[in-house]
Structure formats: structure tokens, C-alpha cells
Design a binder for this molecule. Structure first.
Ligand code: CP
Length: 304
């Protein structure tokens, strides 16, 4: 039995197979519509979510399966003090696979260590968000045609942004990926991620102004400054509007630069950018369903 706790749990070859499967699902959805008939996914969300929870549920429904779960800790027995370990032992009796989001780093790993069904980490605190990474990789591969030989700018809250940490770790396994890390100094990428970049021998620069570097990028990955990760409201207010991508900045970008964002956005991308064909963050949400369908099939070892 396999779990998905970190994007690195799959080898590059396994990841390629998963992305190929997701691409086939996109082309031939009917072929998969009964693949998980009789199977259930439990979505255990101790933190708010729109895309991740609902795309997992849509993915299982598209595969002919069913869903159960909770969308906030307060409506589960966590509110009475039940541990993640005990919860997953019980959920293992009710479902075939589960996706868990939790505010504490490492919670999904604790669940996996106590589970008899596959556990998918749907985000653990500021740590990892592997299925967002799968979504990002599928979006980049589908729309850019490659995962190597790219210059990617990651912009915004690079300190707490778990999607950024997961994506950097995943892209480090491909050739000639250059990282342009764009953040206020207070929200720099954590040192352990810089160590990973150095260990992989990849190129990176850290800058504080988006307009200085946007013209060099093949991809721009925007992120939200996350109010919920700050201990101090004053710091959040000071930093929240550090970067706003607008039409004017887009005029400095390459004609084929793609703009991604894991969403939700607050105001770091002006709505006027939505109509730009280079803005692919809503398409990214659709790719999230295909890749989660592929992941469910893979972890449940369902052959179609
Ligand atoms: N991208 C993402 O994780 O969105 P949600 O928080 O809405 O699930």
C-alpha cells in the first residue's frame, strides 16, 4: 500500500506515468467513468479548502466512486480532542482511500503511519502540498510542453507557501530549471529549500522586485500572502500587497510566459490580467481534477 505525503514519494518515472494517465483521462474521460465503482474516498479537512477538497470529490465521482468526509475540524471529533492517529484508524473502516488537510506539519505522515488505507497529504501546515504540485506539473507539461529547460519565477509568500516548497523540490529533479525567487526579505524561501537547490546544483536568484525580472521568465508562479500563517496582524498588513501583477507588468513579460497561481488569490493578481491568454490559473484548477483522478487510480492500483 502506498501513500502520497511528499511530491518526492514518486520517482520521476512514476510521476511521468501519472501525468501520462492524467493526460489520457483528459482526452478519454468516458473510459474511466466506472473505474472506481464501489470505492469511497474520505476527505478529512481540518483547514478550509475549495479546490483541493472539491476536486478530490469531483475526481472520485468522475471515476464512479463515492465520497464522505468533513470540511472543518469543528464538525469532527477532533473538536472533542480525538487524535489524528485514532481518527484515521476509524476512517480506514469506512473508506478505501483518504485525502487529509491539517494545519500541523507532519499530520498526514502521522495518519499514514496509522492507516490501513492510502493517505494523500492535501496540505500540512506550511510544509507540503503534493497534489497541488502534481496539478502544477501537469499544467506546465500540458501547456508549455516540457518540465525541463525553464526559468520559473516564484513570487509572493515563499516562506509559508507550501505549494512553492513542494513545486521547487519537484522541479529540482528536471534538467536546467532556473529559479527566480521573488519575495520581501521577511518572506524569503526557507533555508532548507535553498540547501535543496544548492545540493541539486540548480541555478537561483533571490530578488525583491517583480518588474526587474519578469521579462526573463518562462513561467510566473504567483502566490498569496497567507494571513492565517502570520502570528502578527501588523506584519500581515505591511506585507500583504508586496506584489500585485497587473496589465502594466504583463507588458514586460514574454509573449509565451504563463502565469500560474494555486489560488485562492486575494489581490496579488489584478482581475484585469484574467483575460490575458497567458493567465492559466483557472485552467490549472481543471488539471487538478484530472491529476487527482490519476492519483486515486494509481494508489488504489486500479487498471483501466
Ligand atoms: N490551491 C489550493 O490548495 O486551494 P484550496 O485551499 O481552495 O484547496
Amino acid at each position: 500500500m502506498r501513500h502520497l505525503i511528499s511530491p518526492l514519494d514518486f520517482t520521476v518515472e512514476e510521476l511521468d506515468r501519472l501525468l501520462d494517465l492524467a493526460a489520457d483521462i483528459e482526452k478519454n474521460p468516458k473510459k474511466y467513468q466506472e473505474a472506481c465503482k464501489g470505492k469511497k474516498i474520505a476527505t478529512l479537512f481540518y483547514e478550509p479548502s475549495t479546490r483541493t477538497r472539491l476536486s478530490f470529490e469531483a475526481a472520485m465521482i468522475n471515476l464512479g466512486g463515492q465520497v464522505l468526509g468533513f470540511s472543518e475540524a469543528s464538525s469532527s471529533s477532533a473538536a472533542k480532542g480525538e487524535s489524528v492517529a485514532d481518527t484515521i484508524r476509524i476512517i480506514s473502516c469506512y473508506a478505501d482511500i483518504c485525502a487529509m488537510r491539517h494545519p500541523k506539519e507532519g499530520a498526514a505522515l502521522v495518519a499514514a503511519n496509522n492507516s490501513s488505507i492510502p493517505v494523500i497529504n492535501a496540505g500540512d501546515g506550511g510544509h507540503q502540498h503534493p497534489t497541488q504540485t502534481l496539478t502544477d506539473l501537469l499544467t506546465i507539461r500540458s501547456l508549455k510542453g516540457r518540465l525541463d529547460n525553464i526559468t520559473i519565477g516564484l513570487c509572493g509568500d515563499l516562506k509559508f507557501g507550501r505549494t512553492v516548497h513542494s513545486l521547487i523540490n519537484a522541479l529540482l529533479r528536471y534538467d536546467n530549471v532556473k529559479f527566480v525567487l521573488i519575495s520581501p526579505t521577511e518572506l524569503r524561501v526557507p533555508e532548507y529549500i535553498i540547501e535543496n537547490i544548492n545540493a541539486a546544483g540548480a541555478e537561483y536568484v533571490e530578488v525583491t522586485k517583480l518588474e526587474d525580472v519578469i521579462g526573463e521568465l518562462d513561467l510566473l508562479y504567483m502566490t498569496r500572502v497567507q494571513r492565517e500563517r502570520f502570528f502578527n496582524e501588523e506584519d500581515y498588513i505591511r506585507l500583504k500587497d508586496s506584489f500585485i501583477l497587473d496589465k502594466k507588468k504583463m507588458t514586460l513579460a514574454k509573449d509565451d510566459m504563463l502565469v500560474l497561481h494555486p489560488l485562492p488569490r486575494v489581490n496579488e493578481i489584478s482581475v484585469e490580467v484574467d483575460k490575458d491568454p497567458r493567465a492559466v490559473y483557472f485552467k490549472q484548477g481543471q488539471y487538478g481534477v484530472y491529476v487527482r483522478m490519476a492519483l486515486i487510480l494509481t494508489l488504489l492500483e486500479v487498471e483501466v
